[in-house]
Design a binder for this molecule. Structure first.
Ligand SMILES: C[S@@+](CC[C@H](N)C(=O)[O-])C[C@H]1O[C@@H](n2cnc3c(N)ncnc32)[C@H](O)[C@@H]1O
Length: 231
């Protein structure tokens, strides 16, 4: 959140959409920290349980697919949109960032912060390592959608319509450290709701993945992109 806050320079009284917010912790954090901030938090899988106990009643939770949820929201209205570790899951032929950008007012900003690989993965060994059954399939449901910051920059540039500008898109300096700390302290880093959902790969699989990537001079890291609506 620190990195997103620094990038967006959020002002009190702002209107935010938190897209793919999971259990809503980021929405609650923002609503508690900034006076008069209002948040619409959207997630398709999870009830935003955190919202029940926090957020000063300034959060509107919507449990729906991002594309359908946005259709019900005002255009030209929000100051910021954030997608934390979620945009890569919803980006496909039918939904992309132009749909999100239309809901921002001119000058409004979208910030995407995400886990990623530093380089594109082409190795069968890595695919095989992740193509396992955990009640969900880490490769098909998650890691096949990870891309490098360079890939995302190209993708965003080719997709974006006029009136929007990419301000930044790159790996975070602290990206590898953040991911390593997440893996090394998974017991503490993963909240109880997420644990209960079973939606996180076990630590031993992450450690195998980290080792296998090292053999390919690749790493798990974090990236951030910020895109501004100019007109
Ligand atoms: C890895 S979690 C991240 C949750 C939270 N933002 C965080 O950083 O802890 C990804 C979230 O994206 C949501 N998601 C994936 N595809 C979606 C879609 N098409 N529409 C809405 N939410 C989506 C999932 O339900 C999941 O909660």
């Amino acid at each position: 959140m620190d990195v997103i806050e620094r990038e967006l320079m959020i002002r009190p009284g702002s209107k935010i959409i938190d897209i793919g917010c999971g259990f809503g912790d980021s929405s609650v954090y923002l609503a508690n920290k900034y006076e008069d901030l209002s948040v619409v938090s959207i997630d398709k899988w999870f009830d935003q349980e955190a919202v029940i106990n926090g957020g000063h009643g300034r959060i509107i939770p919507i449990k729906d697919d991002a594309s359908d949820a946005l259709k019900k929201l005002e255009k030209d209205h929000f100051d910021y949109a954030i997608c934390m570790n979620s945009y890569f899951l919803m980006h496909d032929a039918s939904f992309n960032l132009n749909q999100i950008m239309k809901h921002l007012r001119p000058g409004g900003k979208l910030c995407i912060a995400s886990e990623c690989f530093r380089l594109e993965v082409h190795s069968k060994r890595i695919v095989d390592l992740l193509d396992v059954e955990l009640g969900w399939n880490p490769w098909k449901d998650c890691f096949s959608k990870y891309h490098s910051p360079v890939w995302w920059m190209r993708e965003f540039s080719s997709l974006l319509e006029g009136g929007y500008r990419i301000e930044t898109c790159g790996e975070l300096d602290i990206g590898v450290d953040l991911f390593d700390a997440f893996i090394d302290n998974m017991e503490q880093s993963v909240g109880p709701c997420v644990k209960k959902s079973g939606a996180v790969m076990p630590r031993k699989n992450f450690m195998q993945l980290r080792n296998e990537l090292k053999n390919e001079d690749n790493v798990l890291t974090m990236m951030m992109a910020s895109i501004i609506r100019t007109t």
